[in-house]
Write a protein that binds this ligand. Sequence first.
Ligand SMILES: Cc1cc2nc3c(=O)[nH]c(=O)nc-3n(C[C@H](O)[C@H](O)[C@H](O)COP(=O)(O)OP(=O)(O)OC[C@H]3O[C@@H](n4cnc5c(N)ncnc54)[C@H](O)[C@@H]3O)c2cc1C
Length: 489
Amino acid sequence: MAARFLLPHNAGALENTGPYLPSKSATLPRAYVDCGARPRTRKLWRAEVSSTGIRRAAPLCSAAAAKRGEYDVVIVGAGIIGLTVARQFLIGSDLSVAVVDARVPCSGATGAGQGYIWMANKTPGSDTWELACRGKQLWEDLAESIRRQGMDPLRVLGWMKTGSLLIGRTSGELSMLQKRVKMLNEAGLKAEYLSASALASREPSLDIGPQTGAAFLPDDCQLDALRAVSFIEQGNRSFVPEGRYAEFFNDPAVCLVRSTENGEVEAVQTSQNILCGRRAVVIATGAWSGFLDRTFMNTEATLDVPVEPRKGHLLLLENLDGVRLNHGLMEVGYVDHQVSSRLPDSSSSRATAVEHNFSSISFTATTDHMGNLLLGSSRQFSGFDVEVDDAIIKRIWERAGEFLPTLREIPLNFSTEKQIRIGLRPYVPDGKPIIGPIPGIPKALFATGHEGGGLCMALSTAEMVVDMVLGNGGKIDHSPFSVRGRCCV
Ligand SMILES: Cc1cc2nc3c(=O)[nH]c(=O)nc-3n(C[C@H](O)[C@H](O)[C@H](O)COP(=O)(O)OP(=O)(O)OC[C@H]3O[C@@H](n4cnc5c(N)ncnc54)[C@H](O)[C@@H]3O)c2cc1C
């Protein structure tokens, strides 16, 4: 038996649409870019960048020729963040919403996401803890409301409460897991420490020797990002007949239109439209957020939004006999994966890190709602490159084989049809998303920088953004995510 990979779900959608390339990095003057999941062939998109950094392949219309639309809120970016923010405005207010994307939903990081909604890798008391807890709670509520409407959340969202196992293989890791279980319990979560034998009986596909143990979180869940996005889009579109929702895809936003009187954002100019946002403009452009230049923001101020693309590969194996997991799996190293492989801070070392393809691998595995095995995951700084990196695939495969011995017997055949999901996580050096009003640009907000947790934190981010715009008291403290002091605008 050889490992067989499937084509990306959204490969077809990507073939005829060119990506948008913002400017910023001096190391990427004529970049090869892609918004995320890989096209069917290995052909790369080549983007021509003008002096303003705006890709001209989709010619800009003049402001006079542009079609004009009036909305209360305009959202730039139709990944999981932009779409869930739109949803929250639609269900939580009577405001009208337009969503604009350079390509199509799921062509960014979202389409590559593994879909775990796990607390096992989150740390109680950390800045993102409450946002993650609230995000998970809101997904659970949504799954429950789907169930109450007589539908199956598994079919609708790919939603499964599988529980997760955070696995240790050294005595140091095992004592860290025991402490972690205690900490999670104190924070009110169900968590249990499993010895090697208890772990083996819970997850028979694992074989990692006697010196093992795990933190087991029975309430951790997973979803399928593509299904979830499709459900959210469908819900958003149900507001079209009453004139409250519109989508503009394959239509990159090119700049904010601002009032000459008070500097407020009045509209978003796209390649074909001018979309007025009476109440707010929300920028949810994921990994591209750090590359929005002064021309885009329409400001003279120095601009530095510290979001970088962080490439991730996932392998998806269809109908793999012999490996069907009962739970989501993750090695202990995954908890520090984000922190330990951070980009160095100085800009010259950042360029060097990109040049040297600074990378790390950590084992994660889930069986999805279709019975496919998803293996992750890698983190790399390589600019906007989204080419398959065979060396990374090999490392993910070998790492997975250390935990799942059945895989060791399967030759990895690169010539077979395969699905390798690649996405660019929106990385922020301090490990927290950036959510809130942009200082100096009234009525504009960021909702970006969720790195490897955007699926988990999407609904809580959406709730936070809508509360901010409507002036409602927030459910959780939003100060750790503030733009002020973290982005220079
Ligand atoms: C391999 C991998 C596995 C992951 N697994 C998980 C997981 O299990 N759980 C989890 O919680 N998270 C996971 N993540 C992280 C999660 O996928 C991201 O945090 C999340 O998708 C980010 O969503 P987003 O909407 O901010 O960005 P994106 O999905 O990238 O969306 C941004 C959108 O903005 C658009 N855009 C950019 N510039 C412009 C412009 N000028 N005009 C208009 N549109 C523009 C892009 O086309 C894109 O569609 C994973 C990520 C990867 C890569």
